[in-house]
Design a protein around this ligand. Structure first.
Ligand code: AP5
Length: 208
C-alpha cells in the first residue's frame, strides 16, 4: 500500500483538488476534516470531543486523529492506497502514518496567507453531494449543482475570526512537516494561487 498526502494551509484547495485527483488515480479521498464533521453531526464521543477544538480553529488532539485514521484504513477501498487530505498535520501524526503506509508523494498546495481569508469566507458546498464552491472564484451552476439534491451549506468554522487561528495552527504545528518530507525527497511544491485546472494539471504531472 502506497499513499498520497495533500498538504497545505486551510483553504489552499486540498478538498477541491482531492475530488479531481481521486477521479484520475482511483485512490479514495480520506479527509480528517470531513470525518470529524461527520462525527460532530452524529454526536459520537469523538465528535463531542472534537467540536470545541474545531470551533476554536485549533487542531484536534493527535490520539483522536490517529485512531480515526487507523480505523479508516481498514476499509476495503483503502487496500491499494489512499489520498490523505488534511492529514498528517503534526510530527506525531506523520510518525504514526509512517507505521501504517508508505507515502509516495506529498503534494504541497501553496497559497499566500492574504488570499486565504477570501477563500474560506466565500466557500459553500452542496449538502446533497459534497461538491465545494466559492461565491466568486468557483460558483455553483445557476439554480444549484447538478447532483439533483442541491442544498447550500456553509461550514461553522468558515469565518474571519476562526480562520486566523487555523492559519496560526498551520504555521506553528503543520508547516514544520515540510522539512520532514523534504528530507525524504517526496515533497512537491505546487503554486496554488492560480486557476483550479492549472493546479490539477501540475499535481497530475508530479504524480507521474
Ligand atoms: P479541514 O476540514 O481539513 O480544513 P482545512 O485544512 O482548514 O482545509 P479546508 O477544508 O478549509 O480547505 P481546503 O484546502 O480543502 O480548500 P477547499 O478546496 O475547500 O479541518 C477542519 C478542522 O478539523 C481543523 O481546523 C481542525 O480543527 C480539525 N482537523 C482536521 N484534520 C485534522 C488533523 N489531521 N489533525 C488535527 N485536527 C484536524 O477550497 C477553499 C475555497 O477556495 C473553496 O470555496 C474553493 O471553491 C476555493 N478554491 C479552491 N481552489 C481555488 C483556486 N485555485 N482559486 C480560487 N479559489 C479556489
Amino acid at each position: 500500500m502506497s499513499s498520497i498526502v495533500l498538504f497545505g494551509p486551510p483553504g489552499a484547495g486540498k478538498g477541491t483538488q482531492a475530488e479531481r485527483i481521486t477521479e484520475k488515480t482511483g485512490f479514495p479521498q480520506v479527509s480528517t476534516g470531513d470525518m470529524l464533521r461527520a462525527a460532530v453531526k452524529a454526536g459520537t464521543e469523538t465528535g463531542l470531543l472534537a467540536k470545541s477544538f474545531m470551533e476554536a480553529g485549533q487542531l484536534v488532539p493527535d490520539e483522536v486523529i490517529i485512531d480515526l485514521i487507523q480505523q479508516r484504513i481498514t476499509h476495503p477501498d483503502a487496500a491499494h492506497g489512499v489520498m490523505f487530505d488534511g492529514f498528517p498535520r503534526t510530527i506525531p501524526q506523520a510518525e504514526a502514518l509512517a507505521t501504517i503506509t508508505e507515502v509516495s508523494h506529498v503534494i504541497a498546495i501553496e497559497v499566500p496567507d492574504e488570499r486565504i481569508v477570501d477563500r474560506i469566507c466565500g466557500r459553500y458546498s452542496c449538502a446533497g453531494c459534497g461538491n465545494v464552491y466559492h461565491d466568486t472564484f468557483n460558483p455553483a451552476p445557476e439554480g444549484g449543482c447538478e447532483c439533483g439534491k442541491w442544498e447550500e451549506k456553509r461550514r461553522a468554522d468558515d469565518n474571519a475570526d476562526t480562520v486566523m487561528s487555523r492559519l496560526a495552527a498551520y504555521h506553528e504545528q503543520t508547516s514544520p512537516l515540510a522539512g520532514w518530507y523534504e528530507r525524504e525527497g517526496i515533497f512537491h511544491r505546487i503554486n496554488g494561487d492560480r486557476p483550479i485546472d492549472a493546479i490539477t494539471e501540475d499535481i497530475l504531472t508530479a504524480l507521474n
